[in-house]
Design a protein around this ligand. Structure first.
Ligand code: PMV
Length: 337
């Protein structure tokens, strides 16, 4: 079949917040996780990506927010394009233009929305129409958590042992539960240990095995709490789950950085906010926190509690010179054009 000289598609995706976390892999090349994880898409942040396969290009070219991206990111994106080319039987190189509507380096993990949007845009530009499951499998190979940004709403990623069986599926659509997530970011240094290194380091923690046992109970609690919209049960499980990821990080050894006794992702403001959330709850505000591998904090509440949370949160964030944005459960990756 004769291939067109140029073909283009644009897609968008939200990042997601893991309620039950992915931390540790059984296969680093395929990004197969050690445990199932559960997340919700964050409507308040979006990555929009255009992929243009062009016969005139000698190499892939990747632009992030209008600027040529660094060689490491570029190689990672190019490796993902290679997967799409292999699926489509395509030779042409591509230009990738990706935009985040949230500030880069604000502490919000953008690799999930980035590889979800890239997977949808690249496959469509290559003339492929993958179903949600196949697209989720593909996105997972770019960045594990990206597979959860493909379906909409509340999502579970299955930790299977084979490539084709490890994908994310919807547990409930966005309208199932009017939850709100207030994502708080602080000015500061970029994190010293990437999530890639963190996954690799996780099994060096003496608590890794204990977490794998405990996480089964957490998954069951979170699945039930989501089904029954039991906010107190959900919040409690989510908060302890986030702390358990950090218990592993704090006690992990990073091969590439032997001077680190453990990974401390928090800044002073992070800890202050975690304590404030616990104090706000004692005062009667039903709000819980979650954390990823970085200093940012996600606050979880129900829609009707949002004004009460913002009343106490806004002055605190201002004092720390931080910022926050609010999300609802968001849709899955979508085609823009
Ligand atoms: O997809 P990665 O490799 O960026 O890993 C994400 C890891 C966490 O955000 C900390 C947890 C999760 O499940 O999203």
């Amino acid at each position: 079949m004769k291939q067109q000289a140029k073909s283009r598609a644009t897609a968008a995706a939200h990042p997601n917040l893991a309620l039950v976390k992915y931390w540790g892999q059984t296969d680093a090349a395929l990004n197969l996780p050690t445990n199932d994880s559960i997340s919700l898409n964050l409507s308040g942040a979006t990555t929009t990506t255009t992929v243009t396969f062009d016969a005139a290009l000698a190499a892939d070219a990747v632009f992030l927010n209008g600027e040529a991206c660094d060689p490491v990111t570029c190689a990672r994106v190019s490796a993902h394009l290679e997967r799409v080319r292999a699926l489509a039987g395509l030779e042409r190189r591509a230009r990738v233009d990706s935009y985040n509507d949230f500030p880069a380096g604000a502490g919000v993990a953008s690799s999930a929305s980035a590889f979800a949007a890239l997977s949808l845009a690249a496959t469509r530009a290559a003339g492929l129409e993958l179903d949600t499951r196949a697209l989720s499998v593909l996105a997972r190979k770019g960045s594990g958590s990206a597979c959860r940004s493909i379906p909409g709403g509340f999502v579970e990623w299955v930790a299977a042992e084979t490539d084709a069986a490890s994908y994310a599926r919807q547990l409930a659509p966005p309208a199932h539960w009017a939850l709100r997530v207030l994502t708080v970011t602080f000015p500061g240094q970029p994190k010293a240990v990437s999530s890639l290194e963190g996954h690799r380091a996780a099994p060096t923690s003496p608590f890794f095995g204990a977490r794998l046992v405990a996480v089964e109970g957490t998954l069951a609690t979170v699945r039930r709490a989501l089904r029954e919209r039991d906010f107190a049960a959900l919040g409690c499980a989510v908060e302890r789950e986030a702390l358990s990821l950090h218990a592993l990080a704090l006690t992990s050894r990073v091969a590439e950085q032997p001077w680190l006794s453990g990974i401390i992702y928090w800044q002073p403001e992070t800890v202050a906010l975690l304590r404030a959330v616990q104090a706000w709850r004692r005062e009667g505000i039903p709000v819980y926190f979650s954390l990823d591998a970085g200093p940012s904090v996600h606050l979880l509440c129900e829609a009707e509690t949002r004004p009460a949370v913002e009343r106490v949160l806004a002055p605190a964030v201002e004092a720390w010179r931080g910022a926050y944005f609010v999300s609802e459960p968001g849709r899955g990756a979508w085609l823009v054009g």
